[in-house]
Ligand binder design. Sequence first.
Ligand code: ZN
Length: 354
Amino acid sequence: MKKFYRELVDLPGISGQEKYIRKYMRKHLEQVSEEIIEDNLGSIFGVLNKNIDGPTVMIAGHMDEIGTMVEEINNNGTIKMIPIGGINPPVMISQYMNVVLDDGSYVPGVVGSKPPHLLRDQSSKQVSSFEDFFLDIGADDKKHAEELGLKIGQQIVFKNNYTESVDGKKIFSKAWDNRFGCAMALDIMETVKKEELACRLYSGANVQEEVGLRGAITSSFMIKPDLFIAVDCSPCQDTFNTSDVGGSLGEGFMVRFYDPRAILHQGMKKFIEETAKKNNIKFQYYKSRGGTDAAAVQLSRSGVLVCTIGMPSRYIHSTTSVIHKEDMKAVKNVILAMLKEIDFNKIKEIRSNA
Ligand SMILES: [Zn+2]
């Protein structure tokens, strides 16, 4: 496993505050790209084969993670928070979080939890809404918190507790959604650098996916792709008693054939299935209730062929999610296999299979 995966999950970056991730992406894209481009919101891409006569392929993860922002510093020194991205209130309780100061250093804190002694018969109250939470950074009062460097609007991220499972096959970490996609974009770029592709390649990451697929709208307008691949983590249901949302850890990449905002193009579906089968890459079908950047790019300009190559992940949008190393390989291998096949004729064939 390349170092990108391990290093990117540790960095802080909620929606709209992706600068540390962008800096990392730039540093590593620079080593493998002919050119780096950035749009006005901060999405960043490396370019390969810029001048060849071929279709434009865009591959993107998204840099932002779910977390919170400092909404207010209370008089008693605790911090009121705004959730950024979809977080269920129960995952917040008793978690370690870090406030990221303007200079990039951290002030650690814990989300206060009411002990049973203070709740008595109303334990459900503890998890009713975000309004009930505060972050305790150990400040004596508001002035003390300000002296420590706290300011309204600063990002607050979950403290990472990166761990491998005992069998060495799975990894627990914050922010797999979607530093995985960012790392994969770098990994792909580094891998195809010396290969002869028949397409122009833009590989990188968007900003602000978790707050409504915002970055993908502007980055795709800039890049004008003929084909777009979103690389993103999708939730597994395999440890829960539900079949409502699919996905099992270790069963290969996910073919997202339906979500409420993007129905997989039938030509793309056939292309992905055939490519995976030909190369013996494991995959599973996946229906989602949420969207990815593919939904935004699909509607760019006069429309774009899009797909999401899904990475199975347990417990996303919480403090810690779990991925499987074999699934990482499946995602990488199918994208590489697709890239090798894409030329003008392939794009024509995909379109004609709609
Ligand atoms: Zn995501």
